[in-house]
Design a protein around this ligand. Sequence first.
Ligand SMILES: [Zn+2]
Length: 121
Amino acid sequence: MGVPKVGIFFVVDNQLLMDAVPVENGEPYGDTMGYGSHYEFWETMTPSNVIEKKFKARAYDAYPRGRVVYFTQKKLFVLYADKCLKSGELKWLAEQFCITEPVFARDEHYQCATCNPFFMD
Ligand SMILES: [Zn+2]
């Protein structure tokens, strides 16, 4: 395992798109360290493969997404994710961020096209 990371991710057809940095390079906010913006990641991406092209072809919030945040006081990593990402996927995501003991949480902000009843492409 490498250095634990914080940042954002999307899951597009079982492939991971992530924008992350080692936790010590994260952006402090209150007692948390986080990194990245889903919208900016989508907005600034120049697609270079099929998955990225699929991702870019739809609205930034069309695919399941989430975020890993480190809580500096409690010394724990929380992985927030869309509710349609199942436990196996969550464990796989935690591995990609090099986090051994994550807390998994849902965040209503993270709803993909399938989960969001008000979604518009
Ligand atoms: Zn979803």
